[in-house]
Ligand binder design. Structure first.
Ligand SMILES: Nc1ncnc2c1ncn2[C@@H]1O[C@H](COP(=O)(O)OP(=O)(O)O)[C@@H](O)[C@H]1O
Ligand SMILES: [Mg+2]
Length: 367
């Protein structure tokens, strides 16, 4: 097991800056997820950690050792690629044992390690089969087992679940989390799927265009996104962004869109007065932070929205409702037994303690 420390890593391909001066420390035993849209540099950063790419500048430390100039095999890492290839002409046992054979480990040791890894991944009954006789999920587990038998200090996983169907992906997600609890390796896991990232990560590092934007525990990032990009990337359905203005009235501070005004609670009003550089702001409201007035029975009138229901999408345990609020519209999530009906009016209440404000120029969060 080992800590990973990235110090100012840059990697360019010609004119493309794939990784732009990223510094990141992953404590020993942590499950960290690199999250970001396709092309933001996740795989490149992982390959820099693995030693499969030479960095332009910066240092990579694994377990306190500067491995920047070392070949992949000297870094004490194992990596599972997005397109995990298993050897079709080898049995599952031989596939898993491959790296250990290359290391010329004694056969008793190989057997012990293969059996331990196969046990962890619940494929011990499949060791005599060939890959063609396995399901996608089983093959995927063989790929992870092949990495685990190397007993690396660090396990690097690049979108390992992306080739699986939705149901299997959910199951493997749970199994990976359980596996991490047992082996306690330091794991760096790459995905563009924010739900997968939220559910797996001890900590997430959100990237965009080669830049590390924000790192933190999943809920910390969900609750306090640092800028418009992070707020919009994390959460489902996505957060609603609305053009708004800050307005003082009788000592209270309101944030007003073209259709409605929300009164900010005193602590948030103080922060907005202190940090907002102008009265123009971007208001962010998550679909989960809007409630039906009839259900919550609010008494104060200042953070209500009068809306008309446009579209209702049932999800089973909840419904996604698109409402028209006048000029604009909002997507909100309501319980499945909502009284909302298409084309009917709906009175809503916004939880003003959970809304977000952003600077429209810098896109940085005010709160
Ligand atoms: N070997 C390469 N040669 C040239 N450009 C590359 C190479 N690998 C990656 N890139 C570019 O670097 C950027 C980041 O790619 P990548 O790390 O694969 O992103 P992600 O894994 O987040 O989808 C992209 O613009 C991609 O086209
Ligand atoms: Mg990638």
């Amino acid at each position: 097991m080992a800590e990973i420390r990235l110090d100012n890593i840059r990697k360019t391909f010609g004119k493309v800056v794939a990784v732009q001066d990223i510094s990141l420390t992953v404590p020993d035993g942590e499950f960290i997820v690199l999250l970001g849209p396709s092309g933001c540099g996740k795989t490149t950063l992982l390959r820099c950690i693995a030693g499969l790419e030479q960095v332009d500048h910066g240092r990579v430390f694994i377990g306190g050792r500067d491995v920047t100039g070392l070949a992949p095999r000297s870094r004490d890492i194992a990596m599972v690629f997005q397109s995990y290839a298993v050897f079709p002409h080898m049995t599952v046992f031989d596939n898993i044992a491959f790296g250990l054979h290359m290391q010329k480990q004694p056969s008793a040791e190989i057997k012990r390690r293969v059996q331990a890894a196969a046990g962890l991944l619940q494929i011990e009954t499949l060791l005599d089969r060939y890959p063609a006789q396995l399901s996608g999920g089983q093959r995927q587990r063989v790929a992870v087992a092949r990495a685990l038998v190397m007993e690396p200090a660090v396990l690097l996983l690049d979108e390992p679940l992306s080739n699986l169907d939705a149901k299997l992906r959910l199951r493997m997600r749970t199994e990976l989390k359980r596996l991490h609890k047992m082996v306690e390796y330091t794991i760096v896991y790459v995905t563009h799927d924010q739900v997968e990232a939220m559910s797996l990560a001890d900590r997430m590092a959100v990237m965009n265009q080669g830049v590390l934007i924000q790192e933190g525990a999943p809920l910390e990032i969900y609750n306090r996104p640092q800028n418009v990009f992070v707020a919009g990337f994390i959460g489902s359905p996505p957060i609603n962004f609305l053009k708004a203005r800050l307005m003082e009235k009788d000592g209270d501070l309101f944030v007003a869109t073209q259709d409605f005004a929300l009164q900010l609670p005193p602590d948030r009003a103080a922060r907005a007065r202190e940090s907002a550089r102008s009265n123009d702001v971007v208001l962010g409201i998550r679909p989960q932070d809007v409630h039906e007035l009839a259900r919550v029975g609010w008494t104060e009138g200042d953070n209500r929205i009068r809306a008309t229901v446009d579209v209702i999408e049932p999800l089973g345990d909840a419904v996604v409702v698109t409402v028209v609020t006048g000029e604009g519209s909002l997507q909100i999530t309501l319980p499945a037994d909502t009284r909302a009906q298409v084309d009917q009016p709906l009175e809503l209440v916004v939880d003003v303690n959970r809304v977000h404000l952003f600077d429209p120029q810098t896109e940085e969060a005010i709160f």
